[in-house]
Design a protein around this ligand. Structure first.
Ligand code: HOZ
Length: 444
């Protein structure tokens, strides 16, 4: 195996650190927790991503979720080009926004009325404001390790980069606001019930990722999600399903289709924008009609419903809606990868945990069954960092943190998956040998 040459990336990183915090515009992409410098990306096509040094990798980051059809899909690219030639922003309504709202409602019937915004963070923070206004209550319940963007109310025991960098409770969040976020344990209904007993009549909403992606992939057990809806409604609160990652990914109708759930509000990002900056929130009509200008809850944006973003998102969603077989393909690829990795773990005598939901997966470097944040945190992140670099050397680009989901796209092929399985075997083996050599603490 040849050594990775990353001189141009290193030079750019050296330069970028002078002008950008950590040299990046979003923390996890700095690769800090995997102990190496970030790669600067030149281009991506289909299932591949290429760095500025010309190295090609099979990509399992997929821009952190949006690229479900692979990078630079011809239909998405041509939709963007067509839209751009007619003007890039008007700050006025367009036909595409109507098409988008109709399509979202068709694909996810619980979303009777929708508001387009520019990111997942905007979507979740607006949904919480709306839930507070609708119920007249101020507190919210979130789950430890879930990440709903970087709005103040959510940076409390937050997953994703906040956990990766050891700052799940960010400085700068006003204590008074933080006190209105109550934290329960995912998959633990008793912890949710207790919060409602301790805060009677004060909770506006429960917000959760239905299948968690931001502490790594964690799957809801039994009737967990259904009970959340019941508990919320029994207490005059709403259920907000954060489908920024899972929406249009786990199924055409998102996780709520799979778990047969009708949340009050749903938030979106990633896939709905086809790789352009988009978010959205929507749900029950009587709640959504409280949004300005129908109602008093204010929320606005110059670039909301931007024509390029709508064109890219619509092109991608239309393909997903028309070709349901894409989800069967994604499931088959995911199952093939899961089988291969489990076989490798078995051969190598490693007790690590692989969690997978359709085309989302995480290999946790822990023997614990990862059903919540506490279990996720038992992972050996040092070993994960070594594994990440070993995979990179073998041409596989994974999310650079233990506490993230990896994504398979419809552009991946069974041959890509088989290559990944071989790389996984070699990388795990190499990590084992390195750990033994350097006498690192071995926890498995
Ligand atoms: N919030 C993303 C991970 N869950 C990271 C986005 C990025 O760094 O681009």
């Amino acid at each position: 195996m040849k050594q990775l040459k990353t001189n141009r990336s290193s030079n750019l990183y050296f330069e970028s650190k002078k002008y950008l915090p950590g040299g990046v515009n979003s923390p996890v992409r700095a690769f800090k927790s995997v102990g190496r410098d970030p790669l600067f990306i030149a281009k991506a096509k289909g299932q591949y991503i290429f760095d500025v040094d010309g190295n090609r990798y099979i990509d399992y980051v997929g821009s952190w979720g949006p690229m479900i059809l692979g990078h630079a899909h011809p239909q998405v690219v041509s939709a963007i080009k067509r839209a751009a030639s007619d003007g890039t922003s008007f700050g006025a309504p367009t036909e595409r926004e109507v098409e988008m709202a109709k399509l979202v409602r068709k694909m996810m019937p619980s979303v009777e009325v929708v508001r387009m915004v520019n990111s997942g963070t905007e979507a979740t923070m607006s949904a919480v404001r709306l839930a507070r206004a609708f119920t007249g209550k101020e507190k919210i319940v979130k789950f430890a390790g879930c990440y709903h963007g970087h709005f103040d109310s959510f940076l409390i025991k937050a997953g994703s980069g906040a956990t990766t960098f050891g700052t799940p409770d960010s400085p700068g969040v006003p204590k008074t606001l933080a006190a209105r976020t109550l934290v329960a344990e995912f998959n633990d209904l008793a912890s949710v019930e207790k919060l409602f007993v301790d805060n009677p009549g004060e909770i506006a909403a429960i917000i959760t990722e239905p299948v968690v992606g931001n502490m790594g992939v964690v799957i809801p057990r039994g009737n967990f999600l259904e009970r959340l809806l019941e508990i919320a409604h029994a207490n005059g609160a709403l259920l907000i399903l954060d489908e920024v990652m899972t929406g249009f990914r786990l199924a055409c109708g998102g996780a709520q289709q799979i778990y047969e759930l009708k949340p009050d509000l749903t938030t979106f990002g990633k896939i709905i924008g086809g790789g352009l900056p988009v978010g959205a929130y929507g749900g029950r009509e009587e709640i959504m009609r409280m949004i300005s200008p129908d109602g008093p809850v204010y929320q606005a944006g110059t670039l909301s419903g931007n024509p390029l973003a709508m064109a890219a998102g619509l092109a991608q969603l239309r393909m997903l809606d028309r070709q349901k077989s894409l989800y069967t393909k994604l499931e088959k690829l995911g199952a093939r990868l899961e089988k291969g990795i489990l076989r490798n773990l078995n051969k190598l005598g490693l007790g690590y945990q692989l969690n997978r939901a359709g085309s989302m997966f995480t290999l946790f470097f822990t023997p614990e069954n990862v059903v919540d944040f506490t279990a996720a945190l038992t992972s050996d992140t040092k070993k994960f960092g070594l594994y990440f670099s070993e995979m990179l050397k073998r041409g596989i680009y994974l999310p650079p943190s233990q506490f993230e989901a990896a994504f398979i796209s419809a552009a991946h092929t069974p041959a890509d998956i088989d290559r990944t399985i071989s790389a996984n075997y070699e990388a795990l083996d190499a990590v084992g040998r390195k750990v033994t050599r350097s006498n690192l603490k071995v926890s498995i």
